[in-house]
Design a protein. Sequence first.
Length: 283
Amino acid sequence: MAVEPIQTHGPGTAGGIARNAIENGADLILVAGGDGTINEVANGMVRSEVPLGVLPAGTANVLANELKLGKTMERAAESLAHSTKERVALGLLTNGGSRHFLLMTGVGLDAEIVYSLHLPMKEALGKVAYWIGGFSKLGRRFQEFSVLANGREFRASFALASRVRNYGGDLEIAPSISLLDDEFELVLFEGESSFRYLKYMLGVMAHRLRDLPGVTILRARQVTFSANPEARIHLQVDGEYTGVAPAGVEIVPNALTLLVPPDFRARRPATVEDAQWTTSPIR
């Protein structure tokens, strides 16, 4: 089997490289990089039957953690020989342009942290830079926005439409979603006070997020985010900044072939009730 290594030439180039490789007859695409690079490659492979394999090399490696591939490229490479193919759905974010995603779209607080992140600090400190960025928001008031899902309207200052349980490589926010599901797990945090997020963070760490007032968790296939015209509600996709609301996300089924460990399907979590709210939606 011939293997051709191809280096990217900066942000935004990996998708075109993957697309060209498939057009030239590649029967497997391996991507060595972080979640942002994986996202670019996946966007270049949408609807292709060629499988995608992951060699983690980024800051958080959310996808590698979700698949339990190990934290090094060497460990992940060893597991590839035993991998199986799974056809999975992708999310699609639309906010003027459009972008597919494997992992998640974040709206509000976490996207604002990504937007404000000092890149040299990220390169020097890795995930710690995100924690610093988050704690720097204490004392501020967050703008709330509207979330429309399953015919109901909610208010939130942070919304996560996730295809994976793992968040940031260390935490678990969406408790029961799987890449094998043709849905998002939508997690909504309400409130303008930044200090409420200390309680939310404790709930995440204790795996008690569902029990907290102000947190809403539900399943959806299509979600719309909107805000006042003067508000700047930021968006991130798979850890990369991607503009401001208004925006929508939807599920694109049967969109990508992903190489996963042989026990991945057996590790699929139990699903939650399709519509379970811990706060009341806006009627």
